[in-house]
Design a protein around this ligand. Structure first.
Ligand SMILES: Cc1cc2nc3c(=O)[nH]c(=O)nc-3n(C[C@H](O)[C@H](O)[C@H](O)COP(=O)(O)OP(=O)(O)OC[C@H]3O[C@@H](n4cnc5c(N)ncnc54)[C@H](O)[C@@H]3O)c2cc1C
Length: 188
């Protein structure tokens, strides 16, 4: 990511002293799984902030850049594109706010967190893409924040569980009884 350093870490033959144990031995995966809805909601919240920033940046740019002797903002296409982006942002903000409230009440389900993550990051990607287009050639230059936003945002539909996996989890909730039966049959 342009804004964040990433590297591969190896923990070969690392011994952790007993007193440094977090949680209970053998339950690490279970504890980590219980925290996934919170992580996914955090990614959704980032997406909301990112989309908002992209829209603000684009309003500023299109108000000053001129083509054919008028600001880019003066073209109806620009206004309609930004109207669509702002609407999508508001719709997703409302759902993510609801999920945040549920999390604070310990009631956020894996399905709702997955819906928030996949839908908000998809929306963010589309908004940044539409905004970048309004910058024309400058949208492709690293000097312009919208280009960095475009590159950085791409990972959001991959990490914290890909958006395809989010849909798998949502569908699992929709067909809960069926999946429970299949699991029970496999155990027999
Ligand atoms: C910058 C960055 C930071 C990261 N940070 C962390 C971190 O802090 N902690 C951490 O644990 N991980 C982290 N990851 C890993 C990230 O969560 C994984 O890359 C992600 O979950 C996808 O797994 P994968 O790369 O193994 O892809 P794969 O599982 O190989 O998936 C490849 C493709 O197949 C699709 N696919 C796989 N299974 C299914 C299925 N059942 N149904 C439909 N489609 C499917 C996927 O959606 C994807 O499109 C990070 C990754 C990146 C790039």
């Amino acid at each position: 990511m342009k804004a964040q350093d990433t590297c591969e870490l190896f923990f070969d033959n690392v011994k952790v002293p007993k007193e440094n144990l977090l949680g209970e031995e053998g339950l690490g995966f279970k504890i980590m799984m219980a925290e996934l809805p919170r992580e996914r909601l955090t990614v959704a919240i980032n997406a909301i902030g990112g989309a908002e920033g992209a829209i603000e940046n684009t309003i500023e740019y299109t108000s000053t850049r001129t083509a054919f002797k008028k600001p880019i903002a003066g073209f109806q296409n620009t206004q309609f594109k930004l109207a669509e982006c702002a609407t999508q942002l508001q719709i997703h903000q409302a759902f993510v706010d609801r999920c945040t409230r549920l999390l604070s009440q310990n009631q956020l389900t894996a399905e709702s967190a997955s819906m928030a993550k996949f839908s908000a990051t998809d929306m963010h990607g589309k908004v940044v893409d539409e905004c970048l287009q309004l910058f024309g050639g400058y949208g492709y230059m690293w000097e312009y924040p919208i280009a960095v936003m475009y590159a950085d945002n791409r990972v959001a539909v991959i990490y914290a569980g890909t958006n395809e996996i989010m849909k798998v989890l949502i569908a699992r909730g929709l067909y809960k009884e069926l999946f429970d039966n299949i699991r029970a049959m496999k155990k027999q």
